[in-house]
Design a protein around this ligand. Structure first.
Ligand code: G3I
Length: 386
């Protein structure tokens, strides 16, 4: 494998690989010889902490209960965990208002507490994972009460334990045609855009020490659509600040693809992050992963394309001192939503080959992506932690 020292430094192999990558994407460069994650002395959590950053990953109650070797890797590498699904309303729902099952969420929270890990909360409201019964609530008042009680119960249960809550997940969708760029979906449809103010105020009252985050996707690339999404997100944040809605941070999901298209512009990303920082907000990279749906099947080639995408994104993102947190949406290809083919079909490979989107492979061995993240952390400017 390319990650072993001898072959990584083999100039003949490097030339072949360079030619292959150039033919594929154009302008894709091979990484510098990496700090080897394989040495295992390198823990991403430590490299991050040395720069004032927190590095973390998703986890689930099922993984905590059933996959000890994976858990050991999480403890070695991550300083932060976030429940991939266990704190989502629909995942906790048992079909009846007010009767949610907090068991899996409690397992994740206890795991973080016992192991002295930072705990992110994902999420309080997400149109996509809202219990079915919510849609049957007849009046605005009923919906408002359900939203308030849900936030009070969930944020209240983990009060004082949560570093940051994704209060509203994915509120932006300019394609829905509203002048304010907000997504037209449950919550907004009945409660109006004021649902955002309600959610953030209740979250603040319930857990004053949690940073309150607006978490959004498709704001990383240099395309007209994503530019529109960035503009809508900035406008939303400005409106929230003007009206006194408590918001502390922006979550940039960063579900990237190594296809090289649509294009990524480091300077465009830097400008956007500077604009967010200019609002006095901190920034979290909340769901980073790199899919390989259009890459050749050869795992060595794919791993390098994926790693190169991690490098280019993080090198630009971490230049911004307001970025305080980097979370990959999983740590190992053993547990990835994209490998499990759960949503977003356009990111699935069509040839049946398993995707390789995360820093460690399915056997928990570090990949070039791990080395790319390590290198980006090592070269990131130091910042005040927050
Ligand atoms: O819980 C059922 C389980 O009982 C059943 O056996 C299984 C069979 O398919 O499905 C399970 O539910 C799945 C759940 O993940 C848990 O594995 C859902 O079908 C599936 O839709 C769900 O996908 C999650 C998706 O969000 C929707 O909640 C992914 O794991 C999760 O990675 C993904 O994460 C989202 C972020 O929350 C927000 N940003 C985008 C990101 C990727 O889509």
């Amino acid at each position: 494998m390319i990650r072993t020292g001898r072959r990584r430094n083999d100039p003949g192999r490097r030339r072949v690989l360079t030619a292959g990558l150039a033919a594929l994407g154009g302008g894709i460069s091979l990484m510098m010889p990496p700090r080897s994650c394989a040495a295992q002395a390198v823990a991403l959590r430590r490299l991050a902490a040395e720069r004032g950053l927190v590095y973390g990953t998703t986890i689930s109650a099922a993984q905590i209960n059933n996959d000890q070797v994976f858990v050991d890797l999480v403890l070695q590498q991550a300083g932060l965990v976030v429940a991939e699904n266990d704190m989502k309303w629909q995942d906790m729902d048992r079909g009846e208002q007010g009767k949610d099952d907090y068991g899996p969420a409690d397992t994740v929270a206890a795991f973080a507490l016992e192991n002295d890990l930072v705990l992110r909360g994902h999420n309080l409201l997400w149109y996509y994972r809202t219990p079915n019964w919510f849609f049957d609530l007849a009046t605005r008042q009923d919906q408002e009460r359900a939203v308030v009680e849900h936030i009070q119960r969930l944020a209240g249960r983990y009060r004082g334990m949560i570093h940051s809550w994704d209060v509203v997940n994915e509120p932006i969708e300019p394609k829905d045609g509203r002048p304010d760029g907000l997504r037209t979906a449950v919550f907004l449809e009945t409660l109006g855009p004021e649902y955002l103010d309600l959610a953030y105020r209740v979250a603040r009252e319930t857990d004053p020490s949690a940073r309150l985050v607006v978490n959004e996707y498709d704001v990383e690339l240099d395309t007209p659509d994503q530019e529109t999404r960035r503009t809508a997100l900035l406008s939303l944040l400005e409106r929230m600040q003007r009206s006194g809605t408590p918001v502390d941070a922006v979550g940039i999901q960063a579900h990237l693809s190594c296809s090289g298209s649509p294009p990524f512009s480091p300077s465009r990303l830097r400008r956007f992050l500077a604009d967010l920082a200019g609002l006095g907000l901190t920034i979290q990279i909340t769901e980073l992963d790199v899919t390989d749906e259009n890459a050749p099947a050869d795992p060595v080639m794919r791993d390098h394309l994926v790693a190169d995408t991690y490098s280019r994104f993080l090198d630009a993102a971490l230049d911004e001192a307001a970025v305080k947190v980097v979370v990959t949406w999983g740590l190992s290809d053993r547990h990835s939503w994209i490998v499990r083919r759960e949503t977003n079909e356009s990111k699935w490979r069509s040839d049946g080959v398993l995707p390789r989107p995360l820093p460690f492979d399915a056997d928990l061995k570090p990949k070039p992506a791990c080395e790319a993240i390590a290198n980006a952390l090592v070269h990131a400017p130091s910042r005040a932690a927050r």
